[in-house]
Write a protein that binds this ligand. Sequence first.
Ligand code: SAM
Ligand code: SF4
Length: 334
Amino acid sequence: MNTPLIDPFARPISYLRVSVTDRCDFRCVYCMAENMTFLPKAELLTLEELDRLCSTFIRLGVRKLRVTGGEPLVRKGIMTFFRTMKRHLDSGALDELTLTTNGSQLGRFAQELVDCGVRRVNVSLDTLDEAKFARITRWGRLSQVLDGIEAAQRAGLRVKINAVALKGVNEDELFEMVEWCAARDMDLTFIEVMPMGDLGEEDRIDQFWSLRDLRAQLSGTYTLHDLAERTGGPASYVRLQETGSKVGFITPLTHNFCESCNRVRVTCTGELFMCLGQEDRADLRAPLRASSDDGALERAIREAISRKPRGHDFDYSRQHVAGQVSRHMSHTGG
Ligand code: SAM
Ligand code: SF4
């Protein structure tokens, strides 16, 4: 029997988010520069290494695995990874296998994802306006994403829409987005935009729109019922009485959820981040590559979890351009 991963604050680690690529077919302005230099292939974990890594976390108590990126569905051979992860669903070791995607490849892969045991997907969609969509994603086509969402629903996947709240960009679509999602039986979660220090100023869209303000706008039209459900992450949810649909709010800069934090994340190069808001990390690629036996990997994971901090301090003075941060932090109340 393997002792499960429990951090120094008695929080069991049951949720792993793993990035499988740094590449993407979009260039969303708040996420990437247009001319990105991507990592050489040798830096990335191979599909076999990703399998060993995730399987080890699952053996140590992870029950929910979210695949992300970059765009996970542009990683070559990624369906092989999903197919092999299915064994953990079949054995009952894993409760949920899911992914966050921009939706562009769902038309191709939705059915296969269902066959691999995926039941839900998060699709990022900030606007229903074609021109705005092109401006935000630079390279994306709205119709392709809408077709992907339709294909996902046809295949039986539950779809949740994630929208980054952008003042002056999708603010005027708030009610349209809510109604559009409700009509399609999709939950909708808004994400507060996080300042990204290293993107050029050119055509950036990161206008901060406080979710407190967004929520106040919603409550002018709908009756909001707070839902008790917490996911261990930075999301809270309400049910809209009039539509019956669920709306979520993700405020990554607040830290009122840290005490229930059950999650860690691994980058596509095998760096384990124990906390969303802190830079401390552990290299899991070296132990993965040092031996085909998972003992060293397991020890590295345990050592890292023993360093998981109580909460994040978002000390942006170290990580980001100070001016941007103080602006955003002042909006969020620090
Ligand atoms: N490519 C996939 C997608 O777009 O869903 C998965 C990776 S993407 C980095 C994951 C989520 O992060 C997306 O919902 C995206 O909107 C969000 N995101 C990216 N940059 C952000 C930022 N600066 N602030 C807030 N959310 C951001
Ligand atoms: Fe970033 Fe996702 Fe947009 Fe790609 S689709 S640029 S990973 S937010």
